[in-house]
Unconditional design. Structure first.
Ligand code: NAD
Length: 375
């Protein structure tokens, strides 16, 4: 079968769902690959490299007519209307928030697989685009902070005097938070971190940071996501965050609750306690943000001189490698569904990874999936 890779139509999207390397891997599984001209240009993958890898470079119409289309995100109907009935579409689609998209695929007989709905079980880790993008984004959050922070990260003892290291505080030590911790630590900062889940303390410490626990912490939920806090936990956490934020030069917030608006963890009062020149990177900005003063997508500077970065495209600011990792997640999906390496995907609905990410198939709506049983 032919896999089409479109140029992402969303304004500012630098990423592409396949790179020359992943094209070759898809071909090794028996697929033909058709890449839209210019699809990889913003990620430093020119058309010629795709052709060298064995792909056909074509126009948008040809790509959208392929048996299978793999993309970063789900575009509007102007693009999706080009898909053939019976085609397969694979991308991030936030099916929990976009029921209209699920209904569209169902009505148009398109088999749709959501890369952002891969079940959170060990076996599915190699397909998990949320993790791969959060990892790159966490690294980039620190680079963005360092870029606007007008000071050194590392402490220095020089003939002209001592320079103290920067203090970095990371709220939420999941994939993104741990990547931010590791990056800040490697740049010489003193790093602290808090997470609702006390069991991440060991991972935080292994990345070189001090774990600062919430006095009334919660238990881990069965699916690996933090549970929503009780009122007591929320009060204790807010007091702790306000105190820690006031002492930090750089704050990175990563607390997402799937399918919900991000909780406010850094209040205007906490920001007011920060020193001029301090920086907050709000990695939850896409869902509203963890800081009360975040403006999603923007850089704002408060009256007391604190810069708040609400960028929602952190992984897209490292497009070559973010595309490579996303493309490898796609290859790993095709490895799972192409056991005979014959370019013919077989969607086994008894496989909970495949079932979990399939939102529509042959005109049948399959979202939401049944709960995952294996961890
Ligand atoms: P996430 O984006 O849902 O949340 C980020 C972090 O913020 C989490 O650690 C969460 O506990 C924390 N958080 C949420 N609300 C908070 C609050 N109010 N205060 C402080 N912290 C808060 O999570 P994620 O980074 O995608 O992953 C979370 C966990 O799941 C990790 O342990 C990760 O290793 C695991 N995971 C497993 C798989 C898999 O097995 N396939 C895949 C992805 C992630």
């Amino acid at each position: 079968m032919r896999i089409g890779v479109p140029k992402e139509p969303q304004e500012g999207q630098t990423l592409v769902a396949a790179t020359p390397d992943t094209v070759a891997k898809l071909m090794a599984l028996g697929y033909e690959v058709v890449v839209e001209s210019g699809a990889g240009a913003l990620a430093s993958y020119p058309d010629a490299l795709y052709e060298q890898a064995g792909a056909t470079v074509a126009n948008a119409a040809e790509v959208w007519q392929c048996d299978i289309v793999t993309a970063m995100d789900t575009p509007g109907s102007a693009y999706l209307d080009q898909l053939r009935p019976g085609a397969m579409f694979i991308a991030r689609m936030a099916p929990g928030r976009h029921g209209d998209v699920v209904d569209y695929f169902t009505a148009h007989q398109v088999t749709a697989l959501a890369m952002d709905a891969v079940p959170r079980i060990s076996r599915a880790q190699s397909l998990d685009v949320l993790s791969s993008m959060a990892n790159v984004g966490g690294y980039r959050a620190i680079i963005e902070a360092a870029n606007v922070f007008g000071r050194l990260f590392t402490g220095q003892v020089t003939a002209a005097g001592k320079v103290p290291p920067a203090t970095v505080y990371v709220i939420g030590a999941g994939v993104a938070g741990l990547a931010a911790i590791g990056t800040a630590n490697s740049m010489g900062a003193v790093v602290r971190s808090t997470d609702l889940r006390p069991e991440v303390a060991e991972q935080v410490e292994s990345m070189g940071a001090e774990f600062v626990p919430i006095p009334v912490a919660s238990e881990e939920s069965a699916d690996g996501y933090a549970k929503e806090m009780t009122a007591d936990q929320a009060d204790a956490a807010l007091r702790l965050y306000t105190e820690q934020v006031g002492e930090a030069d750089i704050v990175v917030t990563t607390a997402n609750i799937p399918g919900r608006t991000s909780p406010i963890l850094v209040t205007a009062e906490a920001v007011a306690r920060m020193k001029p020149g301090s920086v907050i990177v709000d990695m939850a900005a896409a869902n509203g943000g963890n800081c009360e003063l975040t403006v999603p997508g923007k850089r704002v500077v408060t009256d007391n001189g604190v810069t708040i970065l609400g960028y929602t495209d952190l992984a897209g600011r490292l497009p070559a490698q973010a595309s490579q990792l996303y493309g490898q997640n796609i290859v790993n999906f095709f490895k799972l569904v192409t056991p005979n390496k014959d370019g013919q995907p077989v969607l086994d609905m008894d496989d909970e990874v495949v079932r979990g990410m399939t939102v529509a198939k042959d005109g049948e709506k399959l979202w939401p999936p049944p709960p995952v049983t294996v961890s």
